[in-house]
Design a protein around this ligand. Structure first.
Ligand code: HEM
Length: 149
């Protein structure tokens, strides 16, 4: 039988999921991580109001979207298709240093919940890279604090 593109995608997905499973990461953990992280965010005096102002009564939808996002990043689930850069550019009150606070809170959440140190390191590496990309898209490589038009 011929190998199709879909077979290759399926094999790649199975490989990524097997590596993740070896670190204790699966859909259930992604869900736990997202719930724990945004509970923490919502209680934070600095970031909580920024999220609440933007998300308002759409928290259920946001959490589902973020589970799809992290399952796509960490498990190659292929469920997220969104516009992260546009979504963050809209947030005019966000300053470059807020990303450091976000990352600190993400790291603390991983410390509390990750099934293994490898899983924590892996999620943290993704988050640092994505945060760097979002910051550059929003403020330019200098990260001056002035949003890029
Ligand atoms: C200071 C840092 C950050 C703030 C204040 C922030 C805030 C937000 C808010 C308020 C939304 C919802 C926008 C809306 O629905 O109107 C959002 C969406 C999102 N955020 Fe962030 N975020 C931050 C950093 C990050 C980082 C570091 C990541 C990834 C590692 C991330 C990933 C996403 C994704 C994937 C979405 C969904 C975008 C879409 O609609 O497709 N965010 N963020």
């Amino acid at each position: 039988m011929n190998t199709t593109h879909l077979d290759i995608v399926g094999e790649r997905r199975a490989e990524v999921q097997a590596k993740a499973a070896a670190m204790g990461v699966d859909e259930a953990y992604v869900s736990e991580l997202v719930n724990a992280f945004y509970s923490r965010i919502r209680e934070d005096r600095l970031l909580g109001p920024i999220f609440d102002d933007a998300i308002r009564d759409r928290w259920g939808y946001h959490l589902e979207k973020m589970k799809d996002f992290w399952a796509t990043v960490a498990l190659n689930a292929g469920r997220y298709s969104g516009e992260p850069i546009q979504a963050h550019k809209k947030l005019v009150e966000v300053q470059p240093w807020h990303f450091d606070v976000w990352l600190e809170m993400f790291e603390e959440t991983l410390k509390d919940t990750a099934p293994t140190p490898e899983a924590a390191a892996c999620f943290m590496e993704y988050a640092v890279q994505i945060a760097k990309g979002l910051r550059i898209a929003m403020y330019g490589a200098g990260g001056s604090g002035h949003p890029v038009a």
